[in-house]
Design a protein around this ligand. Structure first.
Ligand code: TNX
Length: 514
């Protein structure tokens, strides 16, 4: 716990939640369908075995990850075997699930003699194991041996996501975060069925990914950050390591190179990218909207193509994010010209372009994914794109921005989009939020975490928890389950889990933390 967070405790006035014994539906995100059965419960013991689908390496990996959570705290051996013994242990099986579970969902049955998770894919099995984790006592998250009993409440769940894209974004440019710090965030968000991590890899303050042929982007452009610290960057191998780590948790990395604005780090590294041929100094402040690539120089497009080619080669996911926000230093006509030339480059390397919502006005390509970051509920350009067939990603800044302060006393964060307590983050319906944007056009939601004021994992955690789980639930759970009272009670149970995981969460006074 940092000094900052330690001095910032919730007032003692938290309302008391009514006592609630844990049931099979007491998890975040809320399951689509849950039938508790109070007569059944499974008790983990010395003999508990995890059985995984025979012949599936991925199912075995999901089983191993579950065992690695269970072993230290229970002290049980929890072997993982590619086998199935009917009526015993915890089984992770592919196939045979309720038809509604689709590609990412799962079915979970908890009986006295066994726990059965069935899914069509390993991703679904992974989602099911995250639910199971939350059904065990919070002490299961401890790294050292704890006292049981290790009881899982009985019943049945059939669960599947409302939206395909359930994202978090981390700005590694304003402050750089190491591979270990990003891995830690991946561990945390994957517990809430988030399936995309958007990395904001470049901005005015730093360029964070190696690009062949352009070594100064990282050696110089990556050498600092907001406040003048040492910055940093990911080598190709480190980036691939993050991609692979995320993949084990069924999270796809969405890399962003912001352009044509937010490019001071690149412009400082290569004089020839500037219209006047003069490299500006590195920038360590927090202003936005002052930099632009040179729209009329050919080298700009060679540079952009080299960057996109490399990112596409390193990224298995379908999207490359090309930014496009706050281009106050680019003439509007130049912005359109730039985007019309760059979007096809993304397609040339087999990817779809995502961009901040300003991109919606620049072209008619229905494969482009505009990311709405406005602070109201009106955007005609985004709605027009949806009418042309584009899917839209929703990150309304006054609801989903994890870098906004919770209240006036929050020691970290910004306020330009307002103060966002956890009930505000939870209180909106992505399927009916932007005026005239139907749910069928919404690909999903993303919670961005900009890092102007954030320097380390404690800071990331303090801003993301408890709001990230609120956004994750909006992305996964059917609207019919949406209920603040239910959410705040389920959220209260996460506090002890985060404490055991050493997650430095914000003790919102809206929640009666366990
Ligand atoms: C606006 S949101 C930005 C970022 C800042 C953020 C701070 C968006 C697309 N651009 O450059 O970091 O506000 O909240």
């Amino acid at each position: 716990t940092t000094a900052t967070a330690a001095t910032f405790q919730a007032p003692a006035s938290a309302e008391q939640a009514p006592a609630m014994s844990k049931s099979i539906s007491s998890v975040i995100p809320a399951p689509a369908v849950a039938q508790p059965d109070a007569r059944q419960a499974f008790r983990l013991g010395w003999g508990t075995v995890i059985f995984t689908q025979i012949g599936s390496r991925e199912a075995a990996s999901v089983g191993k990850q579950l065992a690695e959570v269970l072993r230290p705290s229970t002290g049980f051996p929890v072997p993982v075997l590619p086998a199935f013994v009917h009526g015993h242990g915890i089984s992770l099986l592919l196939g045979g699930a309720d038809a509604r579970v689709g590609k990412e969902g799962y079915e979970l049955k908890v009986e006295r003699s066994q726990i059965l998770i069935r899914a069509n894919t390993p991703a679904g099995l992974f989602a099911g194991t995250q639910t199971l984790r939350q059904l065990l006592p919070a002490s299961v998250e401890s790294k050292s041996r704890q006292k049981g009993p290790w009881v899982v409440p009985g019943g049945k769940i059939v669960d599947f996501p409302r939206f395909a894209y359930r994202g978090a974004m981390l700005d590694v440019s304003r402050h750089f975060f190491s591979v270990d710090e990003v891995r830690g965030y991946i561990d945390q968000i994957s517990q809430y069925k988030v399936n995309r991590l958007h990395l904001h890899l470049s901005d005015d303050q730093g360029w964070r990914i190696e690009i062949p042929g352009w070594p100064r982007l990282t050696s110089y452009g990556g050498s600092t950050e907001v406040g003048g610290g040492p910055g940093g960057f990911y080598t190709k191998e480190q980036y691939l390591e993050l991609v692979a780590y995320a993949k084990q948790k069924y999270i796809t990395i969405v890399p962003e190179i912001d352009m044509p604005g937010h490019t001071n780090a690149a412009l400082a590294s290569y004089a020839e990218l500037n219209c006047n041929g003069i490299a500006p100094p590195l920038y360590t402040g927090t202003s936005v909207g002052f930099s632009s690539l040179c729209i009329d120089k050919e080298i700009t497009y060679k540079f952009v193509e080299d960057v996109i080619r490399e990112l596409a080669a390193l990224t298995p996911g379908e999207y490359i994010h090309i930014g496009g926000d706050e281009t106050h230093a680019t003439k509007p006509a130049d912005y359109v010209k730039f985007m019309q030339r760059v979007t096809p480059i993304v397609a040339k390397y087999g990817k779809k372009a995502a961009g901040w919502h300003e991109i919606a006005k620049t072209q008619n390509d229905p494969s482009v994914l505009p990311q709405y970051w406005g602070t109201d509920d009106v955007d005609e350009e985004v709605v027009a794109a949806a009418q042309r067939g584009n899917k839209i990603l929703l990150s309304p800044a006054h609801k989903s921005y994890l870098d906004m302060k919770y209240d006036r006393n929050t020691p970290l964060g910004l306020t330009w989009a307002g103060l966002i307590e956890v009930d505000t983050a939870y209180g909106w319906n992505p399927g009916a939020f932007v005026k005239n944007l139907p749910e069928s056009s919404v690909l999903g939601v993303e919670a961005p975490l900009w890092s102007e004021t954030l320097e380390n994992s404690d800071h990331i955690e303090f801003m993301a928890f408890p709001r990230l789980p609120a956004i994750a639930e909006l992305g996964w759970s059917p609207w019919s389950t949406h209920d603040w009272e239910s959410f705040r009670q389920r959220l209260a149970q996460q506090g002890d889990r985060w404490a055991r995981q050493n997650v430095n969460f914000y003790r919102s006074p809206k929640i009666a933390w366990n």
